[in-house]
Design a binder for this molecule. Structure first.
Ligand code: GLN
Length: 224
């Protein structure tokens, strides 16, 4: 019998990039919904997970460390082959297509243009209730800390939540397939609903990988 084709839904394996920033808080949130996430510090670990969270922190430092530890090509190829990805705050900056700021050079994993520290001059951090597409129930309490904004949403990228400001309405949560990016920090609240959404995306990735994995139990001579 092929154990990979059983009916039990597979538990996705989730990693949180642990080079810098608030990775521990994401791991804690995932623990609340029954997922034991791994701290990712080596590019080789990406082939063992179905979804990666790039946490908030300092985006220039995160890009520098990703470059120094030779993550860039491996990360890109895992995303191209269907791994789920979620960038929160600095993580959103890291995965964007382009920035209005000179630094860092973003990885271009989702087709959005982003401005760093967008709310910085008015007030460094604030909380706001946000209605997020795909999240049922009451609005989420979104925590913005020196947060970026999405100023350009590419074709095929869906806006899940926006805020109103002097310029108009601007996106703070976007999704393209299994790639999610949020300006705010759901890991600093007790509300696990966005983490649950990400687990669903990673579950899809896990199921795809199962479908494309060769069945080593059939047609293979026994080594026993
Ligand atoms: N302002 C930070 C940056 O540009 C992001 C802040 C955060 O992740 N809370 O990297």
């Amino acid at each position: 019998m092929n154990r990979l084709n059983g009916n039990a839904p597979s538990r996705p394996r989730i990693g949180v990039l642990a080079l810098q920033g608030d990775f521990a808080e994401h791991i804690h949130m995932l623990g609340l919904i029954g997922i034991t996430a791994v701290e990712v510090r080596k590019v080789q670990q990406l082939s063992e997970i179905d979804g990666l969270i790039i946490p908030g922190g300092e985006s220039t430092t995160i890009v520098k460390l990703l470059t120094r530890f030779d993550f860039i090509d491996g990360l890109r190829s895992q995303v191209e082959s269907g791994m789920a990805l979620w960038g929160t705050c600095a993580g959103m900056i890291v995965i964007a297509r382009e920035l209005t700021d000179p630094y860092p050079t973003p990885l271009g994993l989702i087709d959005i243009g982003v401005s760093r520290n967008y709310f910085g001059r008015q007030v460094d951090s604030f909380e706001q209730e946000l209605v997020i597409k795909g999240i049922e129930g009451a609005p989420m309490q979104a925590v913005f800390i020196r947060a970026p904004i999405v100023n350009d949403v590419g074709v095929g990228v869906e806006t899940l939540a926006s805020v109103q400001n002097g310029v108009g309405t601007q996106a703070v949560a976007v999704k393209n397939g299994r790639i999610l990016a949020t300006s705010f920090h759901p890991e600093l609240t007790r509300d696990t609903r966005l983490h649950e959404l990400f687990v669903e995306l990673a579950t899809e990735a896990a199921n795809d990988r199962i479908r494309i994995s060769p069945d080593i139990t059939e047609g293979t001579p026994s080594q026993a």
